[in-house]
Design a protein around this ligand. Structure first.
Ligand code: PEP
Ligand code: MN
Length: 340
């Protein structure tokens, strides 16, 4: 269950609730917010929930108690019936506008990144993507520019004003990536790396959690719960395609997941049609499809010369293709009462 304390509860009152929960056998997971404290109480199979709730309510500092039957609580709709909005500078993720994140899969050079950054900004993107640490299936392929790549991203941000999203692959690099990134990306291969999830839960930076390529929606939400339980509430989910028997596309982009997440959770959801299809020709149409099912954002790979891209060239769209998509998207968004 989730115990929501009244605004202005004192430290002593919070401790009193925590002690009572502990005595009843619950695991206690508080989130000390600026305005209010919320305590997740888990476990205690022997405890009678109703009895526990009336005892807690008698404490006076308890505002509301919500019973959650799902295996995740803080990310559940029951915890927060509306939608969460994440602010990154002037950009709102989860609000009325669909946020467009665009840029290269991988930071390759100053020229490649700045050319792309200027072009996507001019076309209307509001977040710049670019990987400096790249997860690679093959140990022989490029692993990313590392800190030099982060520095180039910072330079592109300074010039264009676009906040940056970049992947953190390992706990040992977290502090370094945090120095540069505005949004931390957790890749599909790390969705169930519980150590990294717990660590990004401790930082105060928005996190975009990609769906594991074989993860069920429930497992994805449980992974998000790890981050929020650590105290970092600014989590957005990203559907990037799941692995199926199909080989024609790199992954099968599960757009129904957007609707499922909307039903189950208050977290914003982003769609990645680039990893989702693996085919540049499919990216514009799947972007429009994602907007029409209600995604809060898109993350799109754009490259000035996809044929020369070190990574993911086949799924990277050209700058003119991105410009065309940006001209076409507003009509789709308007049809579902959103803006771009
Ligand atoms: C990427 O965004 O370039 C990437 C590697 O994503 P994923 O973790 O979804 O494969
Ligand atoms: Mn990629």
């Amino acid at each position: 269950m989730i115990i929501i304390l009244k605004q202005g509860s004192t430290k002593e009152q919070i401790e009193q609730v925590e002690t009572m929960l502990g005595d009843l056998g619950y695991g206690v997971h508080p989130i000390y917010g600026v305005e209010r404290t919320v305590i997740g109480a888990v476990g205690a199979p022997g405890a009678d929930k109703e009895d526990a709730a009336s005892q807690l309510k008698a404490l006076g500092s308890v505002d509301e108690i919500v019973f959650v039957l799902k295996p995740y609580k803080f990310v559940a709709k029951e915890y927060k019936p509306g939608k969460s909005i994440i602010k990154v500078g002037n950009v709102e993720i989860g609000g009325d506008k669909v946020v467009i994140m665009a840029g290269p899969c991988t930071v390759e050079s100053r020229d490649q990144l700045l050319t792309t950054a200027r072009a996507v900004k001019a076309a209307g993107a509001t977040v710049l993507r670019g990987g400096a640490y790249k997860p690679s299936t093959s140990p022989y392929s490029f692993q990313g520019m590392g800190e030099d790549g982060l520095k180039l991203l910072a330079e592109a941000r300074a010039e264009t004003g676009l906040p940056i999203i970049t992947e953190v692959m390992h706990v040992k690099n977290l502090d370094l990536v945090c120095e540069y990134a505005d949004i931390l990306q957790i890749g599909t291969r790390n969705m169930q790396n519980y150590e990294i999830l717990a660590e990004v839960g401790k930082v105060r930076k928005p996190v975009m959690l990609k769906r594991g390529m074989t993860a069920k929606i429930e497992e994805w939400l449980q992974a998000a719960e790890y981050i929020v339980m650590g105290g970092n509430e600014d989590v957005m989910l990203c559907e990037r395609g799941v692995r199926t028997f199909e080989q024609y596309t790199r992954n099968t982009l599960d757009l129904s997941a957007v609707l499922a997440v909307r039903d189950l959770s208050h977290l914003p959801v982003i769609v990645d049609p680039s990893q989702g299809t693996g085919r540049a020709a499919m990216v514009p149409a799947m972007s429009k499809a994602a907007v029409s099912v209600g995604t809060d954002g898109l993350i799109i790979e754009v490259h000035p010369d996809p044929a020369k891209a070190i990574k993911d060239g086949a799924q990277s769209i050209t700058i003119p293709a991105f410009e065309k998509l940006m001209r076409e998207l507003p009509a789709v968004a308007a049809a579902v009462e959103r803006g771009i």
